[in-house]
Ligand binder design. Sequence first.
Ligand SMILES: Cc1cc2nc3c(=O)[nH]c(=O)nc-3n(C[C@H](O)[C@H](O)[C@H](O)COP(=O)(O)O)c2cc1C
Length: 303
Amino acid sequence: MSSVDMSVNIAGIRLKNPVMTASGTFGFGEEYGEYYDLNRLGAVVVKGLTLRPRKGNPPPRTCETPAGMLNSVGLQNPGVDFFLEKELPRLLDRGACVIANISGASVDEYCLMMEKLSKSGVAAVELNLSCPNVKEGGIAFGLKPDLVYEVTRRVKECGQKPVIVKLSPNVTDIVEIALAAAEGGGDAVSLINTLLAMDIDVWSRRPVLGNTYGGLSGPAVKPVALRMVHQVAGAVDIPVIGMGGILDWYDAVQFILAGAKAVAVGTANFVNPLAPVEIIEGIERYLVKQGFTSVEDMVGALV
Ligand SMILES: Cc1cc2nc3c(=O)[nH]c(=O)nc-3n(C[C@H](O)[C@H](O)[C@H](O)COP(=O)(O)O)c2cc1C
């Protein structure tokens, strides 16, 4: 029995530990469930859902970069109804705490999805206002404080589930966006999504990605993510979920010290499928060594 309290309260939900998966890097958990019990995670954040199924962007959709990767998946997913009917029951049967990540082409689409998800067993809904890989919706909502405020406020009115607003790093001032999310009634913010980026093949003289641009993730973005989490945590009263380049427990502890109450593991899942559980164990060892009695005591404990 552990001597430290690993649980955290995020958006009114008590998570058994502060480690979640980052949307889009864990599918619906099926493949990773072969490596460990999904109920060991604080939460499973599923692939970004849209109102209707989406085929996504033309290939190639991913490529490696120094210390990271680019993706332009373009929100390929089976749609919210399929998720509710087929994927969610399977995840809940495994005892997972499930957070649905949603993207809309309009505020009404976000609301329709929230209405559907409100009647389900998901613990919370994460609004993806920051996908750089789709033409409509997604990031278009995340770049302007008034739109972030409006979509958050409307979605809160449409359902009872706690709302986590996922922020884009592709802005000049992340703090004003986070404040707008909080003012709109967001129960938590999560950051960062990927940084808009590109790669070029000089022999074909073409962009490497079929979509030309994509999102950069992985260790390369960690210093940017840490800086933004630190700035946002110092400015808002709602919990912050930190992500961007977390590979191991050391990275995760950095985010918690910077002010994140929970963390999400993304690109690391592609390199080491056991990364999230190893991170949970590493955080626990760190707490014991440093004499903390709970994760919550460590949040923002930067001196
Ligand atoms: C292949 C891939 C697909 C992603 N799909 C989504 C998505 O559907 N919705 C979303 O909000 N974020 C999506 N993201 C962003 C991640 O959830 C995360 O915010 C970002 O990758 C930074 O974390 P990381 O460096 O640990 O990967 C995706 C990232 C990757 C690499």
